[in-house]
Design a binder for this molecule. Structure first.
Ligand SMILES: [Zn+2]
Length: 238
């Protein structure tokens, strides 16, 4: 059996961008998992709707991170956003054995890591990773990510994934859904004016929406499929 799951990395998206997606998911009663980078009123609303939304953590370990100056600081601060979170996906898929060990030490509620991107997999299962101290973290890859398609195969259709077996996790970035991105051009133009994307106003962002196939058209296809099929949060399948 194949389960298709929607996940999102908030990546500091403005609240009106997040709301545009959550409104549709609530209307169609589709479950999803959101890896958060910050707190906001829309994220708070999702936290209260645990039936449809799972909140995971999306720590940024890269230089100039607003989560902290080293791995320990980043983990401490990201945990404060949602201490009850049980899943994690790192920003930019930053991961290594030492970091996984730190996560199991410092964030005991986290039981699933989704920081692997393995796009060719057709039969997808989770597996248990044991740290050198024999602590366990469950790992499950995602097989599609909107911004990876910008440079890779540009797949904006669900057909390929419907044939998978196991757990098919698709990953979207709200800002790319809003812009219907199929490359980085518009996003980079926006970042030139608003280096902090959270501050970009709606009327400004609207000017950069793409008309071709892209992240939003793929999201719409997922909604079309999942409204008639069972949907899941990651904490229900791992
Ligand atoms: Zn990210």
């Amino acid at each position: 059996m194949n389960k298709i799951l929607l996940s999102f990395d908030t990546d500091w998206a403005p609240d009106f961008v997040i709301k545009k997606i959550t409104k549709i998911l609530i209307k169609k009663k589709i479950k999803s998992t959101w890896f958060i980078t910050h707190s906001s009123p829309e994220i708070d609303k999702m936290k209260k709707n645990t039936e449809l939304f799972e909140i995971g953590l999306h720590p940024n370990f890269y230089p100039f991170s607003d989560h902290g100056n080293n791995e320990e600081e980043v983990l401490e601060n990201i945990q404060k956003l949602c201490p009850e979170a049980t899943s994690i996906r790192t920003h930019g898929l930053y991961h290594n054995t030492r970091l996984l060990t730190k996560i199991t030490d410092m964030l005991p509620n986290i039981r699933t890591d989704v920081s692997l991107y393995l796009p060719q997999l057709k039969q997808i299962e989770f597996f248990d990773f044991y740290t050198p101290y024999m602590k366990k973290i469950r790992r499950i890859p995602c097989v599609w990510e909107d911004d990876m398609e910008f440079v890779n195969s540009k797949i904006w259709s669900l057909d390929k994934f419907k044939k998978n077996k196991g757990i098919t996790i698709l990953n979207f970035h709200p800002i790319h859904v809003f812009l219907n991105s199929s490359n980085y051009d518009n996003y980079n133009d926006i970042k030139n004016t608003y280096p902090n994307i959270t501050e970009a106003p709606e009327n400004f962002l609207k000017k950069f929406i793409s008309k071709n196939e892209g992240s939003r058209t793929m999201f719409e296809k997922c909604v079309e499929y999942l409204k008639d099929n069972k949907s899941y949060k990651i904490n229900e399948v791992t």
